[in-house]
Design a protein around this ligand. Structure first.
Ligand code: KG4
Ligand code: ZN
Length: 348
């Protein structure tokens, strides 16, 4: 069923990016991104080697109003021309989530607009609808800084969790590896750059759990193996860091492709309602070119179309929040002003 077109203002502040965007469209998508502004706080956190929640929350306070004004101006719209305000209500760093949520509540109240509370993970999950209009149900690998899950997506708020990490998220492993190699913050892109030209077979890092059935993954042992290897090496040669980064990245890709392949086989056997099966990769780690390539090859081999959002829509942004809000609002879902921020909010 096609829905009427909606214009939604989205606000995101759950981690270290303050973001505002305006998106227009209707389910199933694709939609139009009228503006999409992301203010990264990387510089504020870099000297600490990771996100400091208090610094993040304060930076969100300083930027939120200005970013919303800029997103509306770029979309050439006023608040009165927006159908609803969508905002990340969790999961994430609670101080940051609160800043975005209070900003959105104030805007919604002042302009008399509906408020939509969006799950940040749902923002990542439904980005492939915004960009490609992917039909439900689809298979999703969600790999971000805080999460790593394989899910069947049946609709907004409708998820079946097949498996996921039993310890660290994939992005966390990238960030820790970057820190060990002294590559700075944020870690994922730095590891990817360093791995270029490195030998992915020099270090045999573990691929835990793959000898067991199911869809779970584990990255804690991999992270520890990288730490021991780096700490043991007293006289690293010129290619040491590149080879560590490449061997680490290869291990992550092997783990994720093996589990994704198993999930594709499960999906093909159990979800015949998906006539042309689609495998979606989303979240910050989906920005990794080597991983995208490996997953694309796996999807090709299993007869799945692979969809990964363009890089700026993989990492945190507000267009994805606006879109997830658009789909929820289209189904008549909206929040009251009493809605609270959630540090934890699993999809399934
Ligand atoms: O989705 P996201 O922006 O924020 C969360 O919701 O967590 O994901 C951030 C994570 C970080 O761990 C970052 O290091 C990782 O995504 N990341 C990457 C790349 N770009 C970002 N990991 C590997 N390769 C990349 N190119
Ligand atoms: Zn995210």
């Amino acid at each position: 069923m096609t829905q009427p077109s909606l214009t939604i203002l989205g606000i995101e502040s759950s981690c270290d990016e303050t973001a505002a965007a305006v998106v227009r469209g209707a389910a199933p998508g694709p939609g139009s991104i009228l503006s999409n502004i992301v203010a990264s706080q990387d510089d504020a956190h870099a000297i600490y080697g990771g996100v400091v929640p208090e610094i993040a929350a304060r930076a969100h306070v300083e930027r939120a109003d200005g970013l919303v004004a800029k997103a509306l101006a770029e979309a050439e719209l006023t608040l009165s021309e927006i159908d609803a305000v969508a905002v990340t209500a969790g999961p994430g760093l609670i101080g940051g989530v609160l800043v975005g949520l209070m900003t959105a509540k104030a805007l919604a109240l002042a302009a008399g607009k509906p408020l939509i509370a969006v799950n940040h993970l749902e923002g990542h999950a439904l980005t492939a609808r915004l960009t490609h209009g992917v039909a439900y149900p689809f298979l999703l690998l969600l790999v971000s800084g805080g999460h790593c899950q394989l899910l069947v997506v049946d609709g907004p708020g409708q998820y079946v969790r097949l498996g996921g990490t039993i310890d660290d998220a994939a992005g966390e492993a990238f960030d820790k590896t970057a820190k060990l190699l002294g590559l700075g913050f944020p870690g994922g892109p730095a590891v990817e750059r360093t791995a270029r030209g490195g030998n992915p077979r020099r270090f045999a890092f573990p691929r835990p759990l793959l000898d067991r059935p199911g869809f779970d993954v584990s990255f804690a042992g991999l992270k520890t193996a990288v730490r021991y290897t780096v700490q043991r090496e007293t006289a690293p040669d010129a290619s040491f860091a590149a080879d560590i980064a490449a061997s680490f990245q290869q291990a992550v890709a092997d783990i994720l492709t093996a589990r994704s392949k198993a999930a594709m086989r499960w999906f093909a056997a159990n979800r015949p309602d998906a006539h042309a099966p689609v495998f979606v990769v989303a979240g910050g780690v989906a920005a990794n070119a080597m991983l995208r390539g490996a997953l694309t090859a796996t999807a090709d081999g299993e007869g799945f179309a692979m969809v990964a959002p363009p890089l700026p829509l993989c990492t945190d942004n507000a267009a994805m929040i606006a879109w997830a809000g658009l789909e929820a609002f289209g189904l008549g879902r909206q929040a009251g002003l009493e809605v609270s921020a959630k540090a934890r909010w699993p999809l399934a």
